[in-house]
Design a protein around this ligand. Sequence first.
Ligand SMILES: Nc1ccn([C@@H]2O[C@H](COP(=O)(O)OP(=O)(O)OP(=O)(O)O)[C@@H](O)[C@H]2O)c(=O)n1
Ligand SMILES: C[C@](O)(CO)[C@H](O)COP(=O)(O)O
Length: 390
Amino acid sequence: MCMTTDVVVVAAGRGLRAGAGVPKQLRAVGGKPLLRRTVECFSADPRIRRIRVVIHQNDEAACTEALAGLPGEIAFCTGGETRQASVKAGLEAIAGDAPDLVLIHDAARPFLTAELVGRAIEAAASHGAAVPALTLTDTVKAHAGNGTLSAGPDREGLRRVQTPQAFRFPLILAAHRALHRSDLTDDAAVAEAAGHPVFAFSGEAANVKITTAEDFVDAERQIALTLADVRSATGYDVHAFGAGDHVMLGGIAIPHIAGLAGHSDADVVLHALTDAVLGTLGDGDIGSHFPPSDPQWKGASSDRFLAHAIALLRARGGIVAHLDSTVVCEAPKIGPHREAMRARIAEIAGIPPSRVSVKATTSERLGFTGRREGIAALATATVRLPWCDE
Ligand SMILES: Nc1ccn([C@@H]2O[C@H](COP(=O)(O)OP(=O)(O)OP(=O)(O)O)[C@@H](O)[C@H]2O)c(=O)n1
Ligand SMILES: C[C@](O)(CO)[C@H](O)COP(=O)(O)O
């Protein structure tokens, strides 16, 4: 018989130990919110029927944005004051159309793998209650006060447990409902309190719970190691001056004695950047994605061209490391608009302005730019992609 499996992801905590104000599950690591990294492990998995994300009442908009576009059936419910209360709220929310099995996972553990999910499902089906566990490699001591330590328990008899913790659904729902205390830090303890033996299956060392500010630094490092395919590519574009009283450059309208002629809004900077990003993917150029012969791009704002290239990069698991551009013209002056251009390009690309550079030069009155016939832009995109030997 094929068993249905739902997932409860608890994401209602405030992340106080991590600091920084924003709840940790909404902070980005490797350019992506922690919550999205965690949920996408389940949402792309055909063995999972539904995902219930338990959130804080203040976070609905931010969580919706963080999970936008993920496949699968994902719904929210509101959590409680403690992890235990949040898990119970998640279980109650799915009880009306109960699955056979449920995996309960911390939003703060984004590095789980499909193999771990498979082991969790098998263990819950076989044993009813099971958790991923790891042996200890450090010696454990007891805190004896005044900064001193005394002998601790024998580490051979101890295990570190992680999530996803996996259960037959009726067993864990009944165990949570029966509990008359609120201090249990995991669901294995809840099952045990109800008299159920809890089995161990192999956890994963990389499946850490991001808890402190230091964990965020380690997580960035871990992601950088997987994004080992560093690529850069260039883009170049030219538009002639035409009628108008401003030019669009880097997504900003800059007043000028002429406009730029083109099928779209003729933003040479965004066009060059779009080609540079597409170049890193080996995926044609702006003309092959947005043919000038297509009337729908007439007068189009070029924001969408760059956003499209960035979306293609993200769909391949990539991130932008840097976007560099140089504008070549005698006028208008770019310097006064540089910061606004950086900010707008950064906004379109979904990266901080510190990862965007805008430079400008004249061509010393030489050539078409020197004769003030038009503007040219050059761009370089540097991106990181997951390593893949195609
Ligand atoms: N009331 C709570 C508390 C915690 N959690 C979730 O339980 C997981 C593990 O908890 P923890 O790492 O302790 O997260 P926080 O409670 O957010 O952290 P802190 O204790 O530092 O505030 C996290 O995904 C967290 O969002 C929850 O859903 N509801
Ligand atoms: C559930 C858990 O992640 C298992 O290791 C852990 O117990 C959560 O503890 P926290 O104090 O709520 O972070």
